[in-house]
Design a protein around this ligand. Structure first.
Ligand code: CDP
Length: 239
């Protein structure tokens, strides 16, 4: 943090510390799979429906099932109202979440079908796409969808020159010096492959490498919370 205008985190965490995290599965009993994942003031819920026959038929793939992800923020998820319905942002997040989850699931045993994953955000305090991915990966596992690996995600940010794990909204809004940068990341659990990497802001190549390493480590914490939730206990960290 030397030389940075952001020296001490607003909520007192160390730079590598995640917010209190909590996860559960089976939150929507009528769904094929469901889960919630919370980190600080951000909460995501994911519901899985499928595999079920894909309509219209011309969209079917005879070699494999396909994954379809839909992300949305609830109108009351932030202090200001979120306008219901699709937006450019929700379309982008749905697509990147789909690509990230595609890396870990195997739908080859379900030709001509679709697996729908609905991600909804009841509470938003930054990092909703990564919380949504954590909930979605849990819901897919809960639904019994074949998975090559688990998926865990975290946002690493930068306020002025300070790299920070699991940024909250106040940190995302940091304006001084170089301002704020957000790097949402997702890692597969065994190979530790990156299946999501986005960048909003400015970062040097060496800072980006450091941010990826910080994210990889933080995802170990996320994975523990997810695995506890799958084992039946409510997964918690710093809770
Ligand atoms: O949520 P995530 O960090 O993945 O995506 P973002 O587009 O960088 O949004 C950061 C945060 O801004 C969200 O988590 C919300 O807290 C807030 N936000 C908002 O208040 N109104 C919106 N229409 C979109 C985001």
């Amino acid at each position: 943090m030397a030389g940075s205008l952001y020296k001490k985190r607003f909520d007192g965490r160390t730079v590598n510390e995640v917010r209190p995290m909590k996860a559960s599965v089976g939150v929507v009993p009528s769904a094929d799979g469901s889960a919630t994942f919370e980190t600080g003031g951000t909460k995501a819920m994911a519901v899985v429906r499928g595999p079920r026959t894909l309509h219209p038929q011309h969209m079917q793939n005879a070699r494999t099932g396909i994954l379809r992800v839909s992300y949305g923020m609830m109108p009351f998820s932030v202090w200001d109202r979120i306008r219901p319905g699709p937006s450019r942002r929700s379309e982008e997040i749905s697509k990147v979440c789909e690509w990230a989850l595609d890396a870990v699931i195997d739908l080859s045993g379900f030709p001509n079908t679709v697996v729908d994953v609905f991600i909804q955000i009841p509470k938003a305090d930054a990092g909703t796409r990564v919380a949504g991915l954590n909930a979605a990966a849990l819901a897919l596992a809960h639904a019994g969808i074949p998975m090559k690996e688990m998926l865990s995600a975290i946002a690493v940010g930068k306020a002025d020159k300070t790299l920070l794990v699991d940024v909250d909204k106040a940190e995302e809004d940091f304006h001084d010096g170089e301002g704020a940068t957000d790097v949402p990341l997702a890692f597969t659990s065994r190979k530790k492959d990156i299946s999501l990497l986005q960048l909003d802001g400015k970062i040097s190549p060496s800072e980006l490498s450091e941010a990826i390493e910080m994210g990889r480590k933080a995802c170990e914490d996320v994975l523990k919370v997810q695995m506890d939730a799958l084992k039946g206990a409510t997964g918690e960290k710093n809770g």
